[in-house]
Design a protein around this ligand. Structure first.
Ligand code: PEP
Ligand code: MN
Length: 255
């Protein structure tokens, strides 16, 4: 069984998704695929929702072709954000799980489209959404439900400005205690600071999270987006080693 399906169907798995904020080139992605040791599920933004319209917007169609080619060479599953239903035709060929980004959690027409596709969806929390609003967004995809929707806590906007967002680990504990959803944590967007990725990841597994989404880049200082929060592949492998110690205490198997 493929990793995402295993994760959704078997208990006590801890899914780690790695990859760059944005897909920038085939070489970049090939390096990530080669250097992240025993990782099966990868992320990379093909369509980027940037706050500033002049920032890098992603490779679009060219990015889809890169993933299509790499899938012939490597055995991996791919997660990417969809920002518009018109992208489905192109993305469906390469996507194993759709990501709904924070800025689109309230885009109910987009959610309804994904509901009919029957592929797993990674639903990120809007940065100002209550847990209840987040769960309501999931309800727009009743055919997927708790079996095929994975929630992703990525930090919320608070009065605090020393970090990009504030990781709301309360939400992870709350959701694990009151729902059957799998819950991932994205420490990268939650903090915006690479030195905080490891401690937040360890905190996440201690709070019962089912996995992580970690932005990983061959050379973060040259990334076209989110350079401050991406870790390199050496640091990623080290993070995985650390997590494997904690996963024993949490009774989870890293996949
Ligand atoms: C992302 O994961 O690529 C991303 C843009 O995150 P968010 O939607 O949480 O800001
Ligand atoms: Mn990013």
């Amino acid at each position: 069984m493929k990793t995402i399906n295993t994760f959704l169907n078997e208990p006590n798995k801890f899914l780690i998704i790695a990859g760059p904020c944005a897909l920038e080139s085939e070489d970049q992605m090939r390096y990530i695929l080669n250097e992240t040791g025993n990782t099966n599920v990868f992320r990379a933004g093909i369509f980027k929702m940037r706050t500033n319209p002049n920032s890098f917007q992603g490779l679009g169609v060219k990015g889809q072709q890169i993933i299509k080619d790499l899938k012939k060479e490597f055995d991996f599953e791919f997660v990417t954000e969809i920002t518009d239903p018109r992208q489905i035709e192109m993305l469906d060929e390469v996507v194993d799980m759709y990501q709904i980004g924070s800025r689109n959690m309230y885009n109910y027409d987009l959610l309804k489209e994904l509901n009919s596709l029957n592929k797993p969806v990674l639903l990120k929390r809007a940065f100002s959404a209550t847990v209840n609003e987040w769960l309501n967004a999931a309800e727009y995809m009743p055919q997927l439900g708790e079996e095929k929707i994975i929630l992703c806590e990525r930090g919320i906007r608070t009065f605090e400005t020393s970090t990009r967002n504030t990781l709301d680990l309360n939400s992870v504990i709350y959701l694990k205690q009151t729902t059957n959803f799998k819950v991932l944590v994205d420490p990268s967007h939650a903090s915006g600071i690479k030195s905080m990725i490891e401690p937040l990841s360890l905190a996440a597994i201690a709070c019962g999270a089912d996995g992580l989404l970690v932005e990983t880049h061959p050379n973060p200082s040259e990334a076209l987006s989110d350079k401050e929060q991406q870790i390199n592949c050496t640091d990623f492998r080290e993070l995985k080693n650390k997590l494997s110690l904690y996963s024993k205490i949490a009774n989870k198997e890293i996949i």
